[in-house]
Design a protein around this ligand. Structure first.
Ligand SMILES: Cc1cc2nc3c(=O)[nH]c(=O)nc-3n(C[C@H](O)[C@H](O)[C@H](O)COP(=O)(O)OP(=O)(O)OC[C@H]3O[C@@H](n4cnc5c(N)ncnc54)[C@H](O)[C@@H]3O)c2cc1C
Length: 462
């Protein structure tokens, strides 16, 4: 524990919690503080393992009164490690995992510490789903509050488009609701503003009748990727909203699921998800199957949770990650040339580039309806350098930065805040665009002292 904290104060705080407190002297401290991205090594003074809303209130009050920096942690997946803080207090929400599904209303109330796999499991029992991400171990708190892009984006919109309400512990320790009728400014800000406005202890999410999907990857020879990308950029924007397909450069994982002769081969890929009637999938994917250079067609009927966890085995916690991202409206030929050049240079087999479609239902809201300022964008791109070996940190970072610098001139300006590293205030402002000023005013109302600043920070308007 840092010297700034008095042991008696900490003991008093710990005694108040229904969960517990982990301190640097505890044997499980290293395990509890570990983040998904092993490149980030933060040593908090205290980790409050909250079991309920009262614990969160006590933690916010304790952190504020003790002048500690506060980080809010759900799944711990954040790229730059914004779910933790050196020498500060981590409010760990992993004990807040209650999920209540109302199948008739098609809503789910989810605890602020749920992982996406928890939500998928609970909603799938009722043949329902809410849009999430592509890895089931990602925290719903961070993913949903920052935006939420995934296999259902074209069909059901972003995750934020499906938030119906939230329960929030504010910087002054009060507990409020935010929805269309209560604190509507806060409700607006939460739908993309991340953890800037308070600790979200519960979210009410809209559910959609999505249960079985026809889904999986198709791989093409990397040499054919320019033609493939030229076809894809037109095809996906005209495709029915029941079809999602994110484009990727990747290496075939060395897993038994894939033919051994393809293992570790660099490929262009599209990960498909068809949510329409099963018999319509063949037609929807016929044009894709006709593209030259197809190496593998892994599309099959599966439950949605199987798709949403399909990448889990490739990307366990503990790898090194370095991200760069952009919003993309069009993919001109020159950009395609650069994509191909950088795909060939992927430094490790886990490194990847994804172009996630965010058209369809995700474009239905206007640019100021939520803080997500890029409703004009058709894709969110991400260049993720990934490897299990810390010796490759420089190589994956250099590739990700170089790729991004080459493609950024063809982008729409900002990026998805959940797929950025800590890239400075200008980048955060660019990502919210015209909505930043409104967010800053709402921040000044709900968190004037910027207590919650360990995030992609929205500074309170002065
Ligand atoms: C392997 C991997 C795959 C990913 N795939 C996708 C994807 O498919 N789609 C997508 O959209 N994103 C994806 N992401 C990005 C992901 O959305 C962000 O990393 C997000 O920050 C993770 O949320 P978390 O709760 O796990 O993070 P944490 O590190 O726990 O928290 C990150 C930040 O979120 C905020 N936060 C979290 N929970 C709360 C809460 N309850 N109340 C208030 N603030 C909170 C805090 O500001 C915190 O600093 C992926 C990330 C990884 C590492």
């Amino acid at each position: 524990m840092t010297e700034i904290l008095d042991t008696a104060h900490v003991d008093g705080f710990a005694a108040q919690l229904h969960g517990g407190v982990t301190r640097p002297t505890d044997p499980d401290y290293d395990e509890v503080r570990a983040l998904y991205n092993a490149m980030i090594d933060k040593r908090p003074a205290l980790i409050a393992r909250c079991a309920d809303v009262d614990d969160v209130v006590a933690s916010v009050n304790f952190g504020r009164e003790q002048g500690l920096e506060i980080a809010i942690r759900c799944g711990g997946h954040n790229g730059p490690g914004l779910g933790s803080v050196d020498n500060g207090l981590v409010i760990d929400l992993s004990g807040l995992k209650t999920i209540t599904v109302d199948p008739d209303a098609k809503t789910a109330a989810i605890g602020g510490g749920c992982l996406f796999g928890d939500i998928d499991a609970a909603t799938h029992e009722h043949g329902l789903a809410t849009p999430g991400g592509i890895i089931s171990t990602t925290g719903a708190g961070g993913l949903i509050l920052g935006g939420g892009i995934g296999h259902l984006s074209r069909k059901c919109g972003l995750s934020i488009d499906n938030i119906l309400g939230a329960q929030v512990v504010l910087a002054d320790g009060s507990v409020v609701n935010a929805n269309e009728n209560e604190n509507d400014d806060l409700y607006w800000a939460l739908r993309g503003g991340g953890g800037n406005f308070g600790v979200v202890t519960q979210l009410t999410m809209r559910l959609h009748p999505v249960s079985m999907v026809v889904a999986g990857p198709m791989f093409w020879e990397l040499e054919r990727s320019a033609d493939l990308l030229r076809w894809y950029r037109e095809f996906i924007l005209d495709a029915p909203e029941d079809l999602n397909g994110f484009f990727a450069f990747m290496s075939v994982p060395p897993a038994p699921l894939f033919p051994e002769e393809l293992h570790l081969r660099k490929v262009a890929a599209i990960a498909w998800c068809w949510t329409g009637p099963e018999e319509g999938a063949a037609d929807a994917l016929a044009e894709a199957r006709a593209q030259d250079g197809l190496l593998l067609d892994g599309v099959q009927t599966m439950p949605l949770p199987a798709l949403q966890s399909a990448f889990d085995g490739i990307y366990p916690a503990g790898d090194q990650w370095y991200w760069r991202a952009d919003f993309v409206e069009t993919i001109p030929d020159e950009a395609i040339e650069k994509h191909v050049e950088w795909a060939e240079k992927m430094p490790t087999w886990k490194s990847t580039m994804h172009l996630y479609p965010i058209d369809g239902a995700a474009r239905r809201l206007g640019p100021t309806d939520t803080p997500w300022g890029y409703r004009n964008a058709n894709w969110g791109s991400v260049m993720a350098g990934v490897d299990s070996d810390p010796a490759n940190v420089d190589a994956i970072g250099a590739w990700s930065r170089g790729y991004h610098e080459a493609l950024h001139p063809y982008s729409a300006g900002g990026a998805y805040v959940n797929m950025m590293m800590e890239e400075g205030q200008d980048r955060v402002e660019a990502s919210y665009g015209e909505n930043y000023e409104r967010l800053a005013k709402i921040k000044a109302k709900y968190d004037p002292a910027n207590l919650f600043h360990v995030n992609q920070n929205i500074r309170p308007a002065s």
